[in-house]
Every structure is written in C-alpha cells, then in structure tokens.
Design a protein around this ligand. Structure first.
Ligand code: S3P
Ligand code: PEP
Length: 446
C-alpha cells in the first residue's frame, strides 16, 4: 500500500455467538527475523507459515535490495542469503512503511557495514524515536549522516571500516533495541555484550543460535540477562515453520470471551513464555481459555486455544508483565470494557512510542464509546460494564495504528451500539486476513 492510500473506515456491530476453528497468520517477530537471518546466512533458508503482512514484506524487499535472493514457491519462501559480512549497499532508500521492528533491526544489521544506507517510512514510523537504536550504534562507530529532528527517520547511516564491540545495557524494555545491538555485533570482530535487566521476547537469541551464530546467554542472580555474541561467525540457512502470532490471536480470542455464547478454537498459536502475558491476564479475569495439545515445534512451544464466552472481572495487571504482552494492551482494554469492576494497567510508558501513542489512542477511543476510564502517564484504568450496555456509538481515530483499528472493531462486536474506526487499511501491516477470519467466525464487520 502506498503511504497515502485513502482512509477506509469500518464498522463492527453486535454479533451473535462466534463459533468455529481458525488459524491466525504467522508470528510477525519470527517472520521479520526469518527474512533477515535467511537473507544474511550462507545457503538456503526455507520458510513456511510466514506472515505476508506489509511490514514483513518490506523487510524482505530490504534484504533483496542488499543482495539476498527471495522467492515464493507454492506456500514456501525460499531464500539464498549473501553470507554474513557480505550484504551490498542498497541503491535506493530502504522503505519500511509502518514497521518499527523491520527498520530498527535492519539499522543494527547493516549499520556496522562499511556503506551508506538510508531508511524511510510512513508518517507513523517517521514520528517514532530511533535514538534508542542509533545511540548504541554510534558507540560502535556508526555515523548518522542525516536524520530528521530528534533522531527520527528519514535517516542515513554510514558504517565504519571496522566496528568496535561494546557492552550495552538496554535502558528500556525493548526487544528491538536488544536485537539491533546483537545484529550489529554479527558484523563486528570480538564479543558484543547486551545486558537486559528486564526480559523481552527472545526470538533474536533463539533464532541466531539456530542459524549457527556464536551466541550465549547467562542470567545472573538478580535475573539480569547477559547476552554475548562473537561477531563475524558463519550463519547457515535453516528450515523454519513460523507458528501463529499470539498478538494476532488476541483479537478473535478477546472477541470470543466478550460475545455471549461464543465457543471458538484458534490452532497453532506460539506459546513462547515471553509472549503469553495476555493469556495469563485473561485467565486471571475469569476467561475460559483451554490450552490444548501443547507441543514443541522447531524449538518453540505452540498450542491450540479453545475459548468460550465468559463473565470477566477486572484485575490489576502486574507492571512487570508488560514486556510479555506489550502489543496486547489495546485489546485487553477492550476486554476490560465488558468486565465487572476496574482493570488497572500500569508500566505502560512504551505504549506512547508505538505506531501511535497507544495509551492516548485507547483512552480517546474508549471515551468516544461511553467507557469510564482514566489515563495516567503510564497507566490506564478501565471500569467495565458487563453486557456492554450503553457502550459503543462512537468513531475511533486510529492514527495509522493497526492494533487500535482491530481492537475497537472487536469492541463493536459486543457493545450495545456499533463501533466505527476511521481507517482499517493499516490492519494489512500485521494481519491481512483479519476481516475474513473474523467474518468466518460469525463477526459482523464491514
Ligand atoms: O522485537 C520485536 O519483534 C518486537 C518488539 C516490540 O517492540 P519494542 O522492542 O519497541 O518493545 C513489539 O512491540 C513489536 O511489535 C515487535
Ligand atoms: C509495535 C508494533 O510493531 P512495530 O514496532 O514493529 O511497528 C506492533 O505490531 O504492535
């Protein structure tokens, strides 16, 4: 989609019981990394279950522009990588569209190369802070030749002849920052160390190990993780089956909990413990979610989730749980609208720098639909109305944010009055099948 496609509003209406079995598309974090590491490794990488959302396809295009061969045959993506250390300078700016993960990880991946790379994106991405990645890269010898005010995109990096390894303590809970430094370390002689005081999703560590990188993790007595990567090793192509994205599964899951009488099953969902905070929280709220057929596939835990409509009650979500459900707060806030009592969410400072200021976007959307809520600097309290009586009837400003759009469409399925979002286009960045999948379960969205 071009950056300025005309907005496409959508409206969700109170629906009858949802039912059926569904599979959500592949995990976004693993899909980005599959294209990146496959594009960098020697030999062939074969990927099934890849998320073909716009964000991930832009990462694929960036890897192609730097020399990787990427093709789709039937349901399988086949990549021939350049070999670690052999990426080529792209001829044109790399356009990452709406994708924080794609752009920030790629800055790390290519920043230490002796070449010039320009990064551009849409209005949302151009407003997001990149200093969190540029600061450690500068310490490794990378120059930022150009950037918009406040270390924002569009920006141009110039790598050094040879980068310097660093030890870097990640100052905020961010898997993107951790990953950017580790990926910069891949093309740096010696040992790059990342210290992670609060554990975030560990896909980079796990997948790099699978590709043969010399990486290991030690957790000290205070629970702080120390990740060591010995640069310039060989990476070898892998066979990857991407499990279903728990951040996408969150939408039908919350829908089934709040639409009376619902009973659905979502198959093949990633259950990596760094990603299951929402599941735990919804179960604490009284959500009837059964974890069926737990299994390990390709080094990741996966399971099928059977979800039945439930009488939810408000809870206080422990702030230390935030990294394991960071993208799920908007849809948790929607579940909270239908719960008895108050749901308190804290430790949400990172929500302010996502595709939109998600804390403000959620609070305004809730208010527009008659929900009693309080927005704090890094907190949100939602007081629910079981049955959704009096809720809905508003239009939500989505600010180019896919998760705001999907969350409020889920709200409309159980609210008394319809809920409209001003633009559903961005849903294609992470979950192109959303409308069809929800309709297949019986949801009324158009
Ligand atoms: O590493 C990743 O794949 C991601 C990390 C998270 O971002 P932060 O690192 O900014 O928390 C998350 O919000 C994003 O959707 C995906
Ligand atoms: C924050 C998100 O993605 P990104 O940072 O990759 O844009 C998200 O998908 O919710």
């Amino acid at each position: 989609m071009s950056h300025d496609a005309a907005p496409q509003p959508a409206t969700a209406r109170r629906s009858n019981a949802l039912s059926g079995v569904a599979r959500v598309p592949g995990d976004k974090s693993i899909s980005h990394r599959s294209f990146m590491f496959g594009g960098l490794a020697s030999g062939e990488t074969r990927i099934t279950g890849l998320l073909e959302g716009e964000d991930v396809l832009r990462t694929g295009a960036a890897m192609k522009a730097m020399g990787a061969h990427i093709e789709k045959h039937g349901g399988e993506w086949i990549i021939r990588g350049t070999g670690n250390g052999a990426l080529l300078q792209p001829e044109a700016p790399l356009d990452f569209g709406n994708a924080g993960t794609g752009s920030r990880l790629t800055m790390g991946l290519v920043g230490t190369y002796d070449m010039e790379t320009t990064f551009v994106g849409d209005a949302s991405l151009s407003g997001r802070p990149m200093g969190r990645v540029l600061d450690p890269l500068r310490q490794m010898g990378v120059q930022v030749l150009k950037s918009a005010a406040g270390d924002r995109m569009p920006l141009t990096l110039r790598g050094p002849r040879q980068a310097t390894p660093i030890a870097y303590r990640v100052p905020m809970a961010s898997a993107q920052v951790k990953s950017a430094v580790l990926l910069a370390g891949l093309n740096t002689p010696g040992i790059t160390t990342v210290v992670e005081p609060v554990m975030t999703r560990d896909h980079t560590e796990k997948m790099l190990k699978g590709f043969g990188a010399n990486i290991h993790v030690e957790t000290d007595e205070r629970g702080v993780r120390h990740i060591f990567i010995d640069g310039q090793g060989k990476l070898t192509g892998q066979v990857i089956a991407v499990p279903g994205d728990p951040s996408s599964a969150a939408f039908p899951l919350v829908a089934a909990l709040v639409v009376p009488g619902s009973d659905i099953t979502i198959e093949n969902v990633l259950m990596n413990p760094t990603r299951t905070g929402l599941l735990l929280t919804l179960q604490e709220m009284g959500g009837n979610i059964e974890v069926l057929n737990p299994r390990n596939e390709g080094g990741e835990d996966v399971a099928d989730l059977r979800v039945r409509a439930s009488d939810l009650k408000g809870v206080a979500v422990p702030p230390e749980r935030a990294p394991s459900m960071i993208d799920e707060y908007p849809v948790l806030a929607v579940a909270a609208c239908f719960a008895e009592g108050e749901t308190l969410m804290q430790g949400l400072e990172e929500l302010r720098v996502k595709e939109s200021d998600r804390l403000a976007a959620v609070a305004r959307g809730l208010e527009a639909n008659g929900v009693d809520c309080t927005e704090g600097e890094a907190a949100l309290a939602v007081r629910g109305r079981p049955g959704g009586k009096g809720l809905g009837g508003g239009t939500v400003a989505t600010h180019l944010d896919h998760r705001i759009a999907m969350s409020f469409l889920i709200m409309g399925l159980a609210a008394e009055k319809p809920v409209t979002v001003d633009d559903a286009n961005m849903i294609a960045t992470s979950f192109p099948e959303f409308m069809g999948l929800m309709a297949g379960l019986g949801a009324l969205i158009e």
